[in-house]
Ligand binder design. Structure first.
Ligand code: ATP
Ligand code: MG
Length: 412
């Protein structure tokens, strides 16, 4: 697990506020679910053979003997909240977004942490291909608003569980002769959930994965109608995509449309965001059959990509730093700083008792736009020496009351 330090904050906040603004513009509403859920919320939905359940979930017993989990993903908790709060009786679909920390006992490396942050959206109660494309469009708009325009969208359909059973037979036939050269993980998946072999990271480069039959050839007529409509809508909205029959996603609850956004030059930790339709999920946690579709994006992965592309914003500068000099300067500086903050400026109060040289050096290093210097003489006269610290300009003495106007003028 890692710390997010003040230097990371501007970028983190930029990602969350940009994503929030775009989500709101699509009429999505923030839902905050607890970080801890009954473990069954995830155990019943993600699938025994998913990475999350099989090796990544933090599970513990609380003092009352209940089995709880640190949430590894967002969808199941949001679906639980949808059920618990009777959102099915609201006009459908219900459009929700969330962001916050998630926990996975993953192998730590760049872009892969045990506490990660995700931003995600869920559109619950609408079975139509239009809903799939709405959330994909929303996701693409967020990446666009951040300036990430070179992500590749890879889309696939995995049909319904019934469709998949026929496909799984074909897949087993295909992989059987290769079992000896596949990883132990894939050999296990061959028995428990053969589809998952396609999602294997270890065997990603294995010949047998590239030559595997496509699930698209096994879709039923209804599956195909949904899939064709998704593709047609993406075309209509000018959303570029590639069809990739190997995208099956790591969780059992997905049906029909699944997708991932990845940078063009892809590596192992590269998927920036991924989503899918999950028509079986709400039933799996005890609700009535309810369709849904959504995605999640890794905030740290976005931060890495934005930094690499030099798209990270710089922190807004501090407006002013006070420089208290002499015996009376400190009290006057504290008063001026308080009145400037009340006027909406960000002000650091300088440390008293330093030499003029040391105090000005600290002021320079603060990154502030202005130094507000007050010695005994200024304190007595009700004035300050206002010294621009960036872009040159003369130091001028002025009444305290004029400082806010001067700072504001300089901002414009
Ligand atoms: P991966 O294939 O990289 O393990 P995943 O399929 O487990 O990803 P999802 O469950 O779809 O990932 O989560 C959505 C997004 O969350 C991912 O696309 C990625 O950006 C991010 N993410 C997933 N796991 C981690 C992690 N351990 N650390 C940081 N970000 C992560
Ligand atoms: Mg994973």
């Amino acid at each position: 697990m890692h710390d997010l330090l003040p230097d990371d904050e501007t970028l983190f906040e930029h990602v969350v506020s940009t994503a929030t603004r775009v989500a709101r513009s699509f009429d999505y509403h923030l839902v905050r679910t607890p970080i801890v859920e009954d473990a069954r919320v995830f155990l019943r939905t993600a699938g025994d053979d998913s990475d999350i359940v099989s090796k990544e979930m933090y599970v513990f017993e609380d003092r009352g003997g209940d089995r709880l989990a640190l949430r590894p993903e967002g969808t199941a908790g949001v679906a639980r909240a949808y059920l618990e709060h009777g959102m099915a009786s609201r006009p459908q679909p219900v459009r929700l977004f969330y962001w916050g920390p998630f926990f996975r006992y993953d192998r730590p490396q760049a872009g892969r942490y045990r506490q990660l942050h995700q931003f995600g959206v869920e559109c619950i109660g609408d079975p139509s291909p239009e809903a799939d494309v709405e959330v994909i469009e929303l996701q693409r708009e967020i990446y666009r608003a951040l300036g990430l325009t070179d992500l590749v969208l890879r889309v696939n359909s995995i049909g319904t569980p019934a469709t998949r059973r026929a496909y799984e037979e074909a897949l087993r036939e295909h992989f059987r002769p290769h079992l000896a050269t596949l990883s132990a993980d894939s050999r296990r998946r061959f028995e428990t959930n053969v589809l998952r072999i396609l999602d294997s990271k270890e065997d990603a480069a294995h010949e047998a994965l590239r030559t595997a039959p496509s699930i698209l050839e096994h879709l039923s007529v209804e599956d195909m109608a949904h899939w064709d409509r998704v593709c047609a809508l993406l075309d209509e909205l000018d959303i570029a995509y590639e069809v990739d029959a190997r995208i099956v996603r790591g969780l059992d609850y997905y049906t029909h449309t699944v997708w991932e956004f990845e940078p063009r030059a892809a590596g192992g930790q590269s998927t920036v965001g991924a989503g899918g339709r999950y028509d079986g999920l709400i039933e799996a946690i005890g609700g009535p059959p309810t369709p849904g579709v959504g995605w999640a994006t890794g905030i740290e992965r976005l931060m890495l990509n934005l930094t690499a592309a030099e798209l990270a914003p710089v922190a807004p500068p501090l407006d002013a730093v006070t420089v208290p000099l002499g015996a009376d300067g400190a009290a006057a500086c504290a008063r001026v700083a308080a009145s400037l903050r009340a006027a909406g400026f960000a002000v650091r109060n300088g440390t008293p008792g330093r030499s003029m040289r040391a105090a000005l050096r600290a002021a320079d290093a603060s990154g502030a736009r202005f130094a507000v210097i007050i010695g005994d003489r200024e304190a007595a006269a009700g004035t300050v020496q206002l010294k621009p610290l960036v872009g040159g300009g003369e130091q001028v003495e002025m009444p305290v009351l004029e400082v806010p106007t001067r700072l504001r003028d300089a901002q414009a």
